[in-house]
Design a protein around this ligand. Structure first.
Ligand code: NAI
Ligand code: MG
Length: 368
């Protein structure tokens, strides 16, 4: 069998800095676990614009379609703010998501015990939290037609349309059930079936997919507003939450903040299975290019490292190794190693991006 392939698009700002630490971990897997990844690197975002006049070159796009997984750092920065919309760094990312048809966006909210006091919620509410929000990413109200601002009589009307086909709901529901089987075996589906027809269809299709193909997974349904309340009240009741694009946008941001710093949050976007059975996949930290700290060695690489762990689990069937990476991060945090974003108290000394990466590698060594 050929080696698993990875395309690394480090991007702009702190992207290359945090990705350098992931590269150390990829190297560790080759040296210590005998797992060699075929890694290719390319440009995305502002750096691609600087070289090619486009934030994503066609060759890069083609390569992204071929590899088992794409790992992205971050794109953008003040230098590119004045660029025309069509060549803005973010367009590179959007093109990847669109052309790879990445319809399931996975956003874990995981609270490491050592950081539980960082949350705005009480320690007992968040300590040990480990939930996953699956947001439908390529349809729904952000894409539905008709849309626009029209004139009706003597005033204007702004219109967006929530629209879901059965097959769009079906495929994201399947993604959620598959994930649940690799986790806590529980899915809660959220919509507003009480006031929206698209929600009625959503609930019906999710239930049907469950009854037909995933009867072993525990399924519940919740109205999204009640879900938001439950997420703040007792988030540990959930395992996998599946929801539409709009509700998922809000719920995943809210859930993420239960756990503390932006520098800790990974994500994955998955599409349809490829010929080899692996889903099309893009892994990236939730944070952006952080121009305010770029080039200073201050960035927290953990979000990017945990994104790689998600790649191990969801693209490469290396769940145990994914857990190994997560446990290494947990150990490093428990040992008190902190980048600047994870430091509350005055006088504490932060480690650099590279020191954090080295600490994770050392913890991986210790895990063998
Ligand atoms: P940001 O996520 O880059 O930064 C927000 C704040 O969090 C900053 O104070 C930053 O220093 C801090 N921060 C972010 N990641 C961190 C890390 N790993 N370690 C320590 N601190 C971290 O969001 P912002 O400032 O709104 O956007 C900056 C640029 O990034 C913009 O050009 C924006 O368009 C782009 N962006 C790109 C994204 C992507 O590539 N997926 C997502 C969000 C923003
Ligand atoms: Mg959002």
């Amino acid at each position: 069998m050929s080696n698993p392939s990875l395309l690394i698009l480090a991007g702009d700002g702190i992207g290359p800095e945090v990705m350098a630490e992931v590269t150390k971990i990829i190297g560790w897997f080759g040296a210590r676990r005998g797992v060699t990844f075929d890694v290719s690197e390319d440009l995305v975002g502002g750096c691609a614009y600087d070289k090619h006049g486009t934030p994503l070159h066609d060759d890069t796009m083609a390569r992204a379609q071929e590899v088992d997984a794409v790992l992205l750092g971050a794109v953008g920065g003040p230098k590119y703010d004045s660029l025309d919309f069509s060549v803005k760094p973010e367009r590179g990312l959007l093109r990847l998501r669109k052309e790879m048809d990445l319809f399931a966006n996975l956003r874990p909210a995981q609270c490491f015990d050592a950081l539980a006091d960082f949350s705005s919620l009480k320690r007992e509410v968040v300590a040990g939290l480990d939930i996953m929000i699956v947001r439908e990413l390529t349809s729904g109200i952000y894409f539905g037609e008709p849309r626009g601002i029209f004139t009706e009589g003597n005033e204007r009307v702004g219109i967006n349309t929530q629209r879901y086909t059965e097959s769009e709901i079906d495929r994201v529901a399947r993604a959620a059930f598959e994930l649940a089987r690799k986790r806590g075996n529980k899915v809660c589906s959220m919509e507003k079936a009480n006031v929206m027809e698209s929600g009625i269809l959503w609930r019906e299709v999710v239930q049907r997919v469950h009854d037909t193909d995933y009867p072993d997974v525990e399924l519940s349904h919740m109205y999204a507003d009640a879900g938001a309340m439950q997420l703040c009240r007792w988030p540990k009741q959930f395992d996998v939450i599946v929801t539409d694009n709009l509700f998922g946008d809000l719920l995943s941001d809210a859930a993420a903040m239960l756990t503390g710093s932006l520098g800790m949050l990974p994500s994955a976007s998955l599409g349809a299975p490829m010929a080899n059975g692996r889903p099309k996949a893009l892994y990236e930290p939730v944070h952006g290019s952080a121009p305010d700290i770029a080039g200073q060695g201050k960035a927290n690489p953990i979000a990017c490292i945990l994104s790689f762990a998600m790649a191990l689990r969801y693209s490469f069937d290396m769940g145990e190794d994914a857990t190994r990476v997560e446990k290494a991060v947990e150990k490093v945090l428990a040992d008190g190693v902190r980048t600047a974003d994870l430091l509350g108290e005055e006088g504490a000394v932060p480690v650099s991006t590279a020191q954090m990466g080295d600490a994770v590698v050392a913890a991986l060594d210790a895990s063998l």
